[in-house]
Design a protein around this ligand. Sequence first.
Ligand SMILES: [Zn+2]
Length: 104
Amino acid sequence: MSPLPVELKRTPARELWIRWDDGQEQRIPFFQLRKACPCATCREKAAAEPARPPTLLPVISAAEAQPVQLVSMQPVGNYGYNIAFSDGHDSGIFTFEYLRGLAS
Ligand SMILES: [Zn+2]
């Protein structure tokens, strides 16, 4: 059995805070969650992104420069959450196992 979340909070530091039923606590910044979105569109986008030389900073639009917010988390069955972000993206389903695997 993988652990289940028992408590979820949004912290003032724009992180998702999760307490699991095995007592572990985890914090995941919203931007990291957004980047880790497991939906097909995001994974394709990430795979298509050209590798940049490390000295060049990526050029981002004003909208992308806004810190992303977590708008809502809807339970999906008993295995995960559908997370909506402030950039309008809401198709990612984050399973408990996947969330747990994201580095704090
Ligand atoms: Zn996505």
